[in-house]
Write a protein that binds this ligand. Structure first.
Ligand code: MG
Length: 203
């Protein structure tokens, strides 16, 4: 199982971190050990002093494939949820400054959270999907798929030009503006439309 992540897929988020809006999807990966298993506590990573949440819609791959066209792409994912691409922002800033890879900031154990899966239907995909994240009951991020720079289908197609997609792979589709710091004791709650998909305490 592989975890793909898209960076800078919402223009307002790219801007808040001082990044350019990309011309093609920015893709990075997390290993399967990054996936936080349900009922496993989430611990603040000891190597960071600036842990950020990034709430994102996550797609679940349901079909193996390579060189998938945008037109065919919808057949390759069958479920969606909201998740968190946890980021050690201090580590990432240091790596970016040196032009080094991001894995130590992004791909560590338990850095990928997923909520409950929602089966994708034609009807659901026809309209923009809304999602949000609350930290200690305050809404901190609001996302809307109509604001994505690259659509689900463009992302799937682009990834498949470089990597095989396999059943069970996950794709984090990017975070909207509002990323921020979290500390021990914070309670993060992810909502898909108005339904709560996960609740997580930072331990
Ligand atoms: Mg992200």
């Amino acid at each position: 199982m592989k975890i793909f992540c898209v960076g800078r897929n919402y223009a307002d988020h790219a801007k808040e971190l001082g990044n350019e809006v990309p011309e093609e999807p920015v893709i990075f990966m997390k290993p399967k050990t990054a996936l936080l298993q349900s009922h496993t506590p989430f611990y603040y990573p000891e190597f960071s002093n600036e842990l950020h949440y990034e709430a994102e819609l996550v797609l679940r791959v349901c079909k193996n494939g390579r060189y998938i066209t945008e037109q065919q792409a919808q057949r390759y994912y069958d479920a969606v949820t909201i998740g968190i691409d946890f980021t050690a922002r201090d580590i990432q800033a240091a790596l970016k400054k040196k032009g080094l890879p991001w894995e130590k900031a992004k791909a560590w154990d338990n850095s990928a959270v997923v909520g409950n899966w929602v089966p994708l239907t034609e009807k659901l995909l026809k309209n923009p999907i809304h999602f949000s994240l609350k930290n200690n009951q305050t809404t901190v991020q609001v996302g809307d798929t109509s604001h994505m720079i690259f659509s689900f289908n463009q992302i799937v197609s682009h990834i498949s030009n470089y990597f095989s997609l396999n059943i069970g792979d996950l794709i984090y589709t990017g975070t909207p503006a509002g990323v921020g710091e979290c500390v021990v004791g914070d309670i993060l709650e992810g909502f898909f439309e108005n339904e709560k998909m996960f609740e997580l305490e930072i331990k």
